[in-house]
Design a binder for this molecule. Structure first.
Ligand code: BGC
Length: 734
């Protein structure tokens, strides 16, 4: 036995881990790799305490904020189990813990990664206060297919923007010291390829070549690993028939050997034994062996590691060294988040740690910076002459819907709806009629049961659709301007939220058409977890704001924009299709040998309705003097442009740099790739010069062996407003 004691905080962590592993039985080791769902019972089921006391559980997926209960369970682990190893508590804190922010694709559209960093630092503080040391975020997948509900958790379709935003989220969650008590461990998910399911069907299989994996799916994970992420979650999908949870190439060769990742990998929910459903493993024991040997360290929920690995170690089919290494990784993170030295949380401090005024101010700023203005015929910001507003639509005054696809500990009562935000903003100066008009779904009485199935709740009276529609029409006719709050319900976004259509749900389109016919200018606010095909809405509205799922400060942030107290500056992090048949649709596709003429045979364009990077402001920016300036004294050449505010209001322009390598023998490169951006704030009449050095990082790609390369040769370079604007310059890289 080593002389170093793992309980001695003055000793180096690696020595403490070695000492501890030396004292553990095989069962105790497997316990550390076993993560259990804590359930929703209050108090906790008694069998959990027995298992924790026996060292059979290393971690809980914890629901809800119940710090006392959490401490109670921790006390059993620390004070009653043989070695006193603390439990690690993890939960899905995705876009906020109690202070709920806009969802990730909205936040990414701010083109300001620091905004995500600040928001996740708030989430980390609130999550720590409830007794979590670990969050299952950020999501590094790509949003290439709007049918897939989980686009609502991504940072959009672009690998470069996503990489910056996810690295920023890791910094926000983890800070400089994840053990500081205000920060915690992040978990990058879902590793990897989960976001390319067939037909947009969640959990489906994927076919991803090494080239696409390296240049589209991996960069965001790699950047977040380089930012110091302590854990990674393997994904549900199989790539080319190999489930991600048992994929040695991605989990060990890339993650550990190439990227030198030192933290641990947790499976997704029950995913270890899903290798059996895939037809990859014959039973639970084989599934456990394949997963742990591939590099998946912790088993979320399936318990197959705990139940089957001891025997396989004894038989010699699973090397003890593999299990020891997995345990070492888990313990290392437990040390890094400070659990051995401070296992408990101050339950009495929880209430004062949440929803602080500065957190709410940041949530409001986030709504302002992440809502995209897609159309404006001059109606926004609203004129001071307006006296009567009709706010129509099922999202106008619904607190629950604003929380989005994950809500952490967020509560509807915290939400400022658009109706209350507008009332607060305009007070008695404007008369505001708030009319629901219809429900978000065709069967508004549908309620979800705990097992995920839905039933009709007969205790709720049926909507009288005709009466609701008439109310909406009469409110519209009586108003100077109509604000329509429409979209898709949060319940069909996020996990399992795949859709085969991308339209408004329920009777909302009928409502919109009826209101639009009333002849008043319509400002439409779209609430959604994904981009939608809203051709009629885009065409008939005088202005459209795409608000995503904006969180608890929804109404205040939107009222700031509508009134003109703030101006929109966000851009789309996902391209908007005309029709669902176009997806997967993303700007950075390849250029093919044959052109289609730009339209499908049934008349639908092949282009997006709005491309990635698109978004308007309340002023007008002009780009001029776009040029390449060659580098002097060994410095890289630069792409340069002058940006001028030619409008009458101040505003922020997000200037974007795109490149295309015209010939790459390693493999064709996409039509355009975002490789830089700058937010430029200008008053009317002001100009600024933006410069983008054309460094190896800007021009390079990753080859099939994982090496970053830059080729000599010609590149197209754009400095542009969005992915399909502007003309390219030619730059010859020597
Ligand atoms: C999801 C993950 C999540 C996990 C734990 C899974 O079903 O795919 O994103 O972190 O559950 O809640």
């Amino acid at each position: 036995m080593s002389t170093c004691c793992y309980k001695d905080s003055s000793k180096p962590v690696e020595k403490r881990i070695k000492d501890l592993i030396g004292r553990m039985t095989v069962e105790e080791k497997l316990g550390q790799l076993n993560q259990i769902y804590r359930g929703s019972d209050n108090p906790l089921p008694a069998e959990f305490a027995i298992q924790v006391r026996n060292g059979e559980i290393g971690s809980f997926i914890w629901g809800y904020a119940q710090p006392e209960l959490r401490n109670q369970m921790q006390r059993v682990a620390v004070e009653e189990s043989r070695l006193g190893i603390p439990l690690i508590f993890g939960m899905d804190i995705i876009h906020g813990a109690r202070t709920i922010f806009p969802i990730a694709p909205a936040m990414a559209g701010a083109f300001e990664p620091e905004l995500l960093e600040r928001a996740q630092a708030v989430a980390a503080k609130e999550a720590r206060a409830q007794g979590l040391e670990w969050v299952f975020a950020p999501m590094c997948d790509l949003a290439r297919d709007a049918r897939w509900g989980r686009v609502a958790e991504t940072c959009g379709e672009d690998p470069y923007l996503s990489a910056l935003c996810n690295a920023a989220q890791v910094r926000g969650f983890q800070g400089d010291d994840p053990g500081s008590g205000e920060h915690l461990a992040a978990c990058l998910k879902h590793y990897v390829g989960y976001s390319s399911p067939r037909g947009g069907r969640d959990y489906s299989d994927t076919e991803i070549t090494e080239w696409t994996l390296r240049n589209a799916h991996l960069p965001s994970f790699h950047a977040a690993i380089n930012a110091g992420a302590l854990t990674v979650m393997s994904s549900f999908n199989a790539i080319g028939g190999i489930p991600a949870v048992s994929n040695r190439h991605t989990l060990t060769e890339i993650l550990r050997e190439e990227w030198k990742f030192k933290g641990f990998v947790v499976s997704d929910w029950n995913a270890v034994i899903e290798a059996v459903s895939w037809g990859y493993a014959k039973d639970h024991a084989e599934a456990a062996r394949l997963a742990i040997c591939a590099g998946n360290d912790m088993d979320m929920l399936s318990t197959s590691y705990y139940r089957t690995l001891a025997k396989q170690i004894e038989d010699g089919t699973v090397p003890m060294a593999v299990v020891d290494e997995a345990v070492r990784r888990v313990l290392r993170v437990k040390f890094q988040v400070g659990l051995f030295d401070r296992p408990y949380v101050d339950a009495a401090a929880y209430e004062s740690a949440i929803l602080r005024p500065e957190y709410l101010a940041l949530a409001r700023e986030s709504v302002v910076k992440s809502t995209v203005l897609l159309k404006n015929e001059g109606v926004l910001p609203l004129s001071r002459k307006i006296r009567k507003i009709a706010l129509i639509g099922p999202f106008g005054d619904d607190q629950t819907e604003m929380l989005g696809c994950w809500q952490g500990n967020g509560e509807p009562k915290d939400v400022v709806t658009l109706a209350s935000g507008l009332k607060d903003k305009f007070g008695s100066k404007i008369s505001l009629a708030v009319v629901k008009g219809c429900s978000v779904s065709t069967e508004p009485r549908m309620k979800m049961l705990q097992d995920g199935s839905t039933v009709i709740d007969d205790s709720v009276p049926m909507d009288n659709a005709e009466i609701m529609l008439k109310e909406a029409e009469s409110a519209a006719k009586n108003a100077d301007v109509v604000i329509m709050a429409v979209g898709e319900p949060k319940g069909i976004t996020g996990e399992g939220g795949s859709r085969a259509t991308l339209t408004l749900t329920g009777r909302q389109q009928e409502l919109f058409d009826a209101v639009a016919r009333c002849g008043r200018p319509v400002v439409t606010i779209v609430f959604s977890g994904r981009t939608l095909t809203l051709t009629e809405v885009f065409d008939k509205s005088a202005a459209v704001l795409f608000a995503w799922q904006p969180g608890i400060q929804a109404g205040n942030g939107l009222a700031d924009l509508i009134s003109g107290d703030a101006a929109p500056s966000a851009r789309l992090s996902m391209s908007v299709p005309y029709e669902v048949g176009q997806v997967p649709l993303y700007y950075n596709h390849y250029v093919t040998g044959r052109r289609s003429g730009g339209v499908y045979r049934d008349g639908v364009p092949t282009a997006a309705r709005f491309w990635f990077g698109y978004g308007l402001t309340y002023t007008k920016f002009e780009y001029s003097d776009i040029k390449i300036v060659s580098g002097k004294k060994g410095k890289p050449a630069e792409a340069v442009a002058a940006i001028s505010n030619k409008g009458r209001r101040k505003g922020v322009e997000t200037v974007q740099l795109y490149i295309r390598q015209l010939a790459c023998n390693e493999g064709a490169r996409p039509m355009q790739e975002l490789r830089g951006f700058k937010r430029v704030a200008l008053k009317p009449g002001e100009s600024a010069e933006v410069r983008f050095p054309l460094t190896s990082e800007v021009l390079g790609y990753v080859d099939r062996k994982g090496k970053t390369r830059v080729d000599k040769g010609d590149f197209h370079v754009w400095i542009a407003h969005h992915a399909r604007s502007g003309e390219p310059l030619v730059y010859s890289h020597k």
